[in-house]
Design a protein around this ligand. Sequence first.
Ligand SMILES: Cc1cc2nc3c(=O)[nH]c(=O)nc-3n(C[C@H](O)[C@H](O)[C@H](O)COP(=O)(O)OP(=O)(O)OC[C@H]3O[C@@H](n4cnc5c(N)ncnc54)[C@H](O)[C@@H]3O)c2cc1C
Ligand code: SF4
Length: 402
Amino acid sequence: MNLPYNSSERTQNAERRTQNAERRTQNARRTQNAERRTQNAERRTQNALSFCSNLKAYSGYFKDTQKLLASASGGAATAISEGFLNKFSDGVIIGAAYSQDCRSIEFACVEKIQDLQKLKGSKYAATDKKIFIDGQYQPVFKFAGDILKLNKHVLFFGLGCDIAALNAYLEHNKINTEKLFTADLICYGATLKEVHTSYINELEAKFNSHVVNFTVRFKKHGWTPFFIRAEFQDGQIFTTDFYKSDYGYAFAYFAQQKCFSCNARGNNHQANITIADYWGLNQNMPGWNSNGVSILLTRSQKGEELVNLINRDDFILSDADPEFAVEHNGAYFSIREKIKGYDLFIDALKNQGLHKAVIKHKIYTLPKRAIMFVLRLPKRILRKLLKIFGLYDFVKAILHYK
Ligand SMILES: Cc1cc2nc3c(=O)[nH]c(=O)nc-3n(C[C@H](O)[C@H](O)[C@H](O)COP(=O)(O)OP(=O)(O)OC[C@H]3O[C@@H](n4cnc5c(N)ncnc54)[C@H](O)[C@@H]3O)c2cc1C
Ligand code: SF4
């Protein structure tokens, strides 16, 4: 016998119908999103391919494991620099290095192979465009121009925007560039220099000693994941997973303002050669090395000359497919978008330092549901927790919490 259809059952059925409708809407949205993602991926592939017509690609890595471990990817930048110094007795390499106190990143000039180690490794924050020569700082582009005027060979390493700025300076000052060679790195976007300085300051405060050696590409377990390694004056050593650190968070989300309209992309790379990690390569493919592999993309005769300077007894060099390389390294051609809460992070970074800026941004981007859960905690406990983390005023302001 059918029971009478009472009002509570009617309500339950209605709720169930509403839930089903919501689920259907969500599924439809998910399908649409998946289709959009597929279309975007196809568009990216097409985009990538359109930038490869003028490129030749090579991949490689140092045979010597210690040399490879000390390099950011496969060590192509160092291998080219060694070849350059061997070939040109008047050769000068200009590249990025940490300052003496490790607090900032600047340019350095190297004329001997044994000094190349100071340029090794990726520096993921903005560089000061200056170089310390004979006891004083000089603008780095002027320095490069002065060396060229002395008719010496120069190999300049920079990010795409650095090479564009160097070329503009040399052109403006009508300096002969016949003996100039340029190399840039595929660039995801350097984070702000305040991120680097603040990270070093916070480490030194925590360990009560000065940092004397620093890298963000320490190969603790091989090529990836990246590790930070800081060596202190008193012998202490600190290592941490880069992308789980405040520095890694800042690098991943907060590039310099100018990077959001970066022009040094795709066919606008001006360097003779572009070097990068060979992303996309895996252990089942020829040319793999678990301690890192470089990709080298040449776009000019001078780029080819640089590749030919590499000593193949020390460095395993193979031909590679430019389309595959570019397709797997989106930063070659695409620009990053500014993340929500960018200005809030920058403001906190400049006023309160990196660690607090990261915490604030993480809270700012928490899903509303998580915030509501926290807000349901007894106010006494909540207030205490927020005060412990120094976030009481901030959370109060963004949530209008009283
Ligand atoms: C900000 C930044 C973003 C990057 N983004 C990507 C990316 O999205 N995809 C990718 O595949 N690779 C990227 N790279 C490049 C990658 O991290 C390696 O630097 C590159 O593969 C060179 O490795 P290597 O082993 O040949 O260099 P090494 O032999 O270790 O030598 C390092 C060389 O890089 C130069 N260098 C390091 N940092 C800087 C800097 N800040 N400015 C100018 N020159 C510098 C040094 O002068 C030196 O010549 C990025 C690098 C930087 C600095
Ligand atoms: S993303 Fe462009 S503007 Fe930003 S650091 Fe890299 S090359 Fe320069």
